[in-house]
Design a protein around this ligand. Structure first.
Ligand code: SAM
Length: 382
């Protein structure tokens, strides 16, 4: 990734990333809106630690302006219950910072009219940790976006995520394993990352599933129910490459937000590869993956199964045909119901109202407590 001309023109992979980011942020805000009364919390915090310029030279909006637009559109909805939005942008590069500041100033009055309070800090985010912590305390609900060129500094970030104020906030983070390998010149940075993550990059890259291996080490840092990774192909000279990709992670305690992330990924990938029949690799098939999961266990709860799927990196490389079978709750429910009808598994529950008349999983199951009451058993072959 060429850092110097990053903001000249938006490349395909950045568009995919930002589309998925937008869909996920929208759902996070709308869930906070629904929960506001119950939690008696009417504020929302949005923090972008690698903000960039806001606008690409080609005229496309970057993450800061997209986030503000989403917030503004939400504030204009009739159903809005959220009063204040506290927004913090951090950007190290002085030129990028000044550019972003100018863009934000253009609509300052509108933002203030709608109680969207925006602060922009210049410098490395690591120098603004106290300020970030203050922002995190401004509301129970929120979203942190971490979009570095390569990787965040996990050691420093660890400090922030240990804080209880992170509990109901989404964290979206990019990790570019391939850039790390290509930029081996910065050995000091590389070895400190290896030490923190307790890995050796040359071993990871040689393994069969480098994305899953690296994800496993990164996920350990985050104490969230759903630790979802998706891999996004990198566009090299206008073409999306199979071997070059980055992983976009979402760490959240909300199944609704995690679902929206996967759904957006499935849609983007289906649009990108509408004619791709037969898939790239082994084929991505939820039924196989469910069988794989149940192989070592006699039974599991629906919640265990969902957590398992969210820990696997979902990759476009495995897309079998037009529709990518991403493990959203809806897709899992449909496949599990079908497997139950076919006599491959048995679905039971200690709370029968969670199952329909035909003892099938219903769409209303979204709460962790309910998902834990659903038992899935493999029926042995005779
Ligand atoms: C990939 S770009 C962000 C793109 C942005 N999310 C968008 O969609 O337009 C990464 C940005 O982070 C900045 N940056 C790099 N290291 C940083 C750090 N430690 N703290 C704050 N900003 C940093 C870079 O100058 C660059 O502008």
């Amino acid at each position: 990734m060429n850092k110097d001309n990053f903001f000249n023109e938006m490349r395909k992979h950045s568009k995919i990333k930002l589309n998925i980011f937008e869909e996920t942020l929208k759902v996070s805000i709308s869930i906070a809106n629904e929960m506001a009364k119950k939690f008696n919390t009417y504020n929302y915090v949005y923090i972008d630690l690698f903000a960039g310029t806001g606008l690409y030279q080609s005229g496309e909006k970057g993450s800061p302006l997209r986030a503000i637009n989403i917030i503004l559109n939400h504030k204009k909805t009739k159903n809005n219950k959220l009063k204040n939005f506290f927004v913090l942008f951090v950007e190290e590069n002085k030129k990028h910072f000044l550019f972003l500041e100018t863009e934000i100033k253009k609509n300052k009055e509108i933002y203030e009219k709608y109680n969207i309070f925006i602060e922009i800090k210049q410098g490395k985010w690591e120098e603004h940790k106290n300020c970030i912590k203050e922002y995190l305390k401004k509301s129970t609900f929120g979203f942190l976006f971490l979009d570095p060129f390569i990787s965040i500094n996990f050691k420093e970030f660890n400090n922030i995520i240990k804080d209880r104020s992170i509990r109901f906030k989404e964290i979206m983070m990019l990790f570019n394993l391939h850039s790390i390998i290509r930029n081996i010149d910065n050995e000091k940075a590389l070895s400190s990352l290896e030490k923190i993550l307790k890995i050796k990059f040359d071993k990871i890259i040689e393994s069969d599933k480098p994305d899953e291996e690296i994800a496993h080490h990164i996920q350990k840092f985050f104490d969230k129910d759903f630790k979802t990774g998706i891999s996004i192909p990198i566009d090299v000279k206008g073409k999306l490459k199979k071997i070059d990709y980055f992983i976009l992670f979402l760490f959240t305690n909300s199944i609704g937000v995690a679902d929206s992330f996967l759904k957006a990924y499935g849609s983007r990938i289906s649009e990108l590869y509408p004619h791709k029949k037969g898939g790239f690799d082994q084929g991505f098939n939820l039924k196989n993956d469910i069988n794989e999961f149940l192989k070592s266990k006699h039974s599991a709860t629906l919640y265990d199964l969902i957590v398992y799927f969210h820990k696997k990196v979902v990759s476009w490389k495995k897309a079998i045909n037009v529709s990518v079978e991403v493990p959203t709750l809806k897709n899992l429910r449909e496949i599990l119901n079908k497997m139950d009808s076919d006599g491959k598994i048995l679905i039971t529950s200690s709370a029968p109202q969670l199952l329909g008349k035909r003892k099938k999983l219903l769409s209303k199951i979204r709460r962790k407590e309910d998902m834990e009451k659903i038992k899935i058993e493999k029926i042995p072959k005779r």
